[in-house]
Design a protein around this ligand. Structure first.
Ligand code: BES
Ligand code: MN
Ligand code: ZN
Length: 503
């Protein structure tokens, strides 16, 4: 998708479709209280020609202003565009960059389904121009993705050209648009990887995709196999990999820009389970097909490294992905087995389905050995985080408030929904073992926290953030702004977090 910033008058622009946002000016409290209150719809643009096209429609009372409501006008009078797409954004007072991203995605999905290939989006004047440009570009790219790769009737409809109509310093806005483009494309690259089924996305294929990407953007990439994993004494990682005929892959991507200080070194560690059957503690058949997305954390780190390599912040970053299947077999580990992690800690395996924390234990420890001073991991780690936060928020865990504050700032800036969960010492009781240092499953209650407590044992005193994206890495139902399937959650927050160290 080609993106252009235009400072022209919206009415003067020739385009397949102009897109404008309709906002309800009524007080949001009144809208909630009085369901019959007449909406006061106004177009979010200063262009009087575009405003007058919609005057009759708005006065008719047909437009409610409810979020994502759509009206499409053809041959709008006094405007050079062939069409005018109106998308409602809800209450003007509540409208933020977060909503704008979704409206941009909705515009793309609405128009591309009609065979339209280009659009011009009027940036709403209520949001600072640079923020609006970023939100529109990122939202449009998210909307442009569809997962139906293997359908014979795949149309692969896409918007090819996006123009953003705005005001301000063109060079600044173009820079913002280019950065947003890199981020949106990297997010779609991650979604591409997550979308593939496990027979087409083995650990080896994931490593090959990472290598190819690294070559394209100028990153160093090393991939280690079973021998090296055993030689490095990654007993926790290997305990998961040993049951599978597919070879595991430890993917290490390095971004070391000239002129970056020796420290900090940021470590991004991802769970790359290309399929999670549960192992000997096998999962029920119902819904098991979804466990192809259990490598979403790893794919997020690969996509984030791509964005970082292209955006070039002056800070060192190492991306690590622990990729393997989790399979039952004659070679698979069994409940009760004791494994020694790379750090030397002994782990009693209670449930072979708690495999993500095992591969991450060695991934996090290895990152520290490579000199990482700050760690972030992302993983589809627990069903329990879905019980706690549903499909709306990802779980954030941190072993240090300063690290949390830093990450949270980036997270809010990126417009992704996440919520912090606690890591009190009391939970440590849940992962005590009688035979070894810790167990790999702390039981059902507080399951997302128990898993994070386990990881904390391997992050130790290195500032660390854990993101449990089990409920958010896959969009369960299609939405006006995003297709059903992989979401690419966390990538934008990670990139903003890394950039925060360079400024
Ligand atoms: N990959 C799963 C977690 C998961 C569940 C991801 C639902 C996406 C959607 C993870 O490996 C797992 O199986 N976790 C277990 C842990 C339990 C055995 C302690 C779980 O959550 O049930
Ligand atoms: Mn599992
Ligand atoms: Zn898993």
């Amino acid at each position: 998708m080609k993106t252009t910033i235009s400072l022209s008058t919206p009415a003067e622009l020739e385009t397949e479709s102009l897109v404008a946002i309709a906002l309800n000016q009524a007080d949001p409290a009144q809208i909630d209280k009085n369901k019959d209150a007449k909406p006061q719809i106004k177009l979010a643009t200063a262009d009087s020609a575009v405003q007058s096209v919609t005057a009759d429609l708005f006065s008719s009372g047909e437009v409610t202003g409810k979020p994502f409501e759509i009206n499409l006008l053809h041959k709008p009078a006094g405007v050079k565009a062939k069409r005018l797409l109106l998308i409602s954004g809800g209450a003007a007072k509540k409208f933020t960059g977060y909503d704008l991203r979704r409206i941009a995605g909705t515009a793309v999905r609405t128009l591309k389904a009609r065979g339209i290939r280009s659009l011009a989006f009027i940036a709403p004047p209520g949001i600072p121009a640079e923020e609006a440009v970023r939100a529109i570009v990122e939202g449009a790219l998210v909307g442009n993705f569809d997962p139906d790769y293997y359908r014979s009737d795949r149309k692969d409809q896409k918007i090819d050209a996006l123009t953003i109509l705005t005001t301000g310093d063109k060079a600044t806005l173009e820079k913002a648009a280019n950065e947003a483009q890199v981020i949106g494309e990297s997010q779609n690259f991650t979604r591409d990887l997550v979308n593939e089924p496990s027979n087409r996305m083995t650990p080896t294929i994931l490593a090959d995709r990472a290598k190819k990407m690294c070559q394209e953007v100028g990153l160093k990439c090393e991939v280690y196999g079973a021998d090296k994993i055993k030689e490095m004494k990654m007993g926790a990682f290997w305990s998961v990999a040993q049951g599978s005929d597919e070879p595991p892959a430890l993917i290490v991507m390095r971004y070391e820009p000239a002129g970056a200080p020796e420290k900090p070194v940021l470590g991004l560690v991802g769970k790359g389970i290309t399929f999670d059957t549960g192992g000997i503690s096998i999962k029920p058949a119902d819904g098991m097909e979804k466990m192809k997305y259990d490598m979403a954390g790893g794919a997020t780190m690969i996509g984030a490294m791509r964005a970082i390599a292209l955006l070039k912040p002056k800070v060192k970053v190492i991306g690590i992905v622990c990729a393997t299947e989790n399979m039952p077999s004659g070679k698979a580990q069994k409940p009760g087995d004791v494994q020694i992690a790379m750090s030397g800690k002994s782990i009693e395996i209670i449930n072979t389905d708690a495999e993500g924390r095992l591969v991450l234990a060695d991934g996090l420890f290895y990152a520290r050995q490579l000199g990482c001073t700050h760690l972030v991991d992302a993983a589809t780690l627990t069903g329990a985080v879905v019980v706690a936060l549903g499909y709306t928020n990802a779980g954030i865990f941190a072993n240090e408030d300063a690290m949390y504050d830093r990450f949270r700032k980036a997270n809010v800036e990126a417009g992704e929904k996440m919520w912090r969960l606690p890591l009190d010492d009391e939970y440590k009781e849940n992962i005590k073992s009688t035979i070894a240092d810790i167990v790999n499953s702390g039981g059902r209650w507080g399951g997302a926290i128990n898993a994070a407590m386990f990881l904390k044992e391997f992050a130790e005193d290195t500032p660390w953030i854990h993101l449990d994206i089990a409920g958010t890495a896959w969009t369960e139902d299609q939405k006006p702004w995003i297709a059903k399937g992989p979401s690419g959650i966390a990538l934008r927050s990670l990139v903003a977090f890394v950039k925060g160290f360079a400024s």
